[in-house]
Design a protein around this ligand. Structure first.
Ligand code: NAD
Length: 503
């Protein structure tokens, strides 16, 4: 690629240029290599369409090599390292992350489209995540318990439990927050003592390659982490089917999640799933409007709405319906749309032309009525896959814009009346998904009662999507299986073994 500074609206840091001028190989068994077939993909800046880099495109052959390397490492040097040595490596990786946040953030912006302020935040959060799971690596412990009576009848005995790593783990991640998705799976898996084959999304391959370099620089043994960029239907499917993989951890669409479950039924691989969402936001008449207006708008428009926990079904009490709509329409209209490298950009591009067309199909359907578009509704002309932050008011529960995950900056607003919390919860829970949600009220009792009634894995009050390293996150219903982050995130990568000893 012959990229120049003119391809970007803001000067990239020298470190990012160094990365862009280098290769984007696979990481297999501690070595950076081309794909076995020699195939390469091209990744583009979604804000301009500029080709950024060629990257090695792995397939089933590369996945097989990577899984065998991970299998060898699992039974080899990695299994000999103590918990404390694993923690030390994770801390070293966290430090390297901190030292490279600018480069990692810039790569995320140009490969994915997210605004710079968000890319910087997520890069720093990833460093924190590795520190957090380093702590857990040091605290993995079993329990002792009373042996069964029939064993005790024969004499003294002892029962204890061991927590052991699951084995080789296949981790498949989407493009919406590429680096964070990879880190939030890698950190607990490594803390637990698993080895990993990571398959990043084909739309956003760049940051994972730098992540691989930092992992090797931190001193992780060869084969502990292998990274195979490649297509879902080839590399992803091969990883899911591989007999030496003990567990698949997947983040992505509900459709592909279901496919993976069917595939894993054959050899009963362990599976954890973080899938789609269509989260409710419930605004009561006593909400603090100064906070609710920007807070509810950002519940949808954060990351251009390409966010699994986006609050996109907005239920607003009739008493404040017009006031909130008016405030959010003004807020949406004020959001700066542009290249993520500009410091004041609030809405970057969607990931692809396909995603833009998909999002606009929902907007155009809503435009036909009877719902009303009160903000946005257009896709700006010119290069880049931009869509305006769009508010669709007066929606009804049966509309596609209300029922389906759009994964774009499109909010569907419904009006409710009265104060029957069970009836309000029934509306909010009328969805196949159950990932996130938020409640906006100044009444403590309403807040907690409503949080208890929302059927989602994560509920916020007077904010939305407040997740972090130590807060379990995952879905009810078709939003997934299992919880990532926190102790529960570690448990996804551990088996419990009970040992009974007749003394
Ligand atoms: P996707 O399901 O199309 O792809 C996700 C990953 O799966 C990619 O790496 C892709 O290459 C791979 N893949 C595709 N087909 C595969 C197959 N047959 N076998 C194995 N792997 C395969 O999803 P996407 O469009 O990239 O991402 C958007 C979706 O991800 C949305 O539905 C969103 O809600 C969801 N998501 C969920 C969370 C969460 O935490 N719950 C977080 C981010 C995104």
């Amino acid at each position: 690629m012959t990229l120049t500074a003119a391809d970007f609206p803001v000067e990239l840091s020298p470190g990012t240029w160094d990365v862009l001028r280098g290769d984007f190989p696979l990481l297999i068994d501690g070595k950076f290599v081309s794909s076995a077939s020699g195939a390469a993909g091209v990744t583009h800046d979604p804000a301009t369409g500029a080709a950024l880099a060629d990257f090695a495109l792995g397939d089933a052959v590369d996945v097989d090599l990577a899984v065998r390397a991970a299998h060898k490492a699992f039974g080899g040097p990695w299994s000999k390292l103590s918990h404390f040595e694993r923690a030390r490596l994770l801390r070293k990786l966290a430090d390297l992350f901190e030292a490279n946040t600018q480069v990692l953030a810039e790569l995320e912006v140009i490969d994915n489209g997210m605004p710079m302020w968000l890319a910087g935040l997520t890069a720093r959060n990833n460093a924190e995540l590795f520190h957090y799971y380093a702590g857990w690596a040091e605290r993995i412990e079993g329990t002792t318990t009373t042996p069964p009576a029939h064993v005790l009848a024969a004499g003294e005995a002892l029962t204890y439990t061991l927590r052991e790593p699951v084995g080789v783990v296949g981790q498949i991640v989407p493009w919406n927050v590429p680096l964070s998705m990879a880190c939030l799976k890698l950190a607990p898996a490594l803390a637990a003592g698993c080895t990993v084959v990571l398959k990043p999304a084909e739309e956003t391959p760049l940051s994972a390659v730098v992540l691989g370099r930092l992992i090797m620089e931190a001193g992780f043994p060869e084969g502990v982490v292998n990274i195979v960029n490649g297509d879902g239907a080839t590399a992803g499917a091969a990883l899911v089917r591989h007999p030496l993989v003990s567990k698949i951890s997947f983040t992505g669409s509900t459709e592909v999640g279901k496919l993976i479950v069917r595939e894993c039924a054959d050899d009963l691989k362990k599976v954890s799933l973080e899938l789609g969402g269509k989260s409710p936001v419930i605004v009561f008449p006593d909400a603090d409007m100064a906070k609710a207006v920007p807070g509810v708008a950002m519940a949808t428009f954060f990351l251009q709405g390409q966010n699994c926990m986006a609050g996109t079904r907005i239920f607003v009490h009739a008493d404040i319906y017009d006031e909130l709509l008016e405030g959010m329409a003004a807020f949406a209209g004020s959001m700066k749309i542009g290249h993520g490298l500009h410091a004041d950009t609030m809405i970057g591009p969607l990931i692809s032309a396909k995603q833009k067309a998909r999002v606009m199909s929902y907007v155009d359907e809503a435009r036909a009525g009877p719902a009303r578009i009160v903000a946005g509704g257009k896709a700006p002309e010119g290069p880049g896959h931009f869509v305006e932050p769009t508010i669709v008011a007066d929606t009804t529960p049966d509309m596609r814009v209300v029922r389906e995950e759009i994964f774009g900056p499109v909010m569907a607003v419904q009006r409710f009346e009265g104060d029957d919390l069970d009836a309000i919860a029934a509306m909010a829970n009328d969805s196949d998904f159950g990932l996130s949600g938020s409640v906006w009220t100044q009444d403590l009792s309403t807040a907690h009662k409503m949080a208890a009634r929302v059927r989602s894995g994560h509920v916020s009050v007077n904010t939305h999507g407040a997740v972090g390293a130590n807060i379990p996150f995952g879905g009810f219903k078709q939003s997934g299986w299992g919880r990532e982050f926190g102790r529960e995130g570690l448990d996804l990568y551990l088996e419990t073994k009970a040992v009974t000893v007749a003394l």
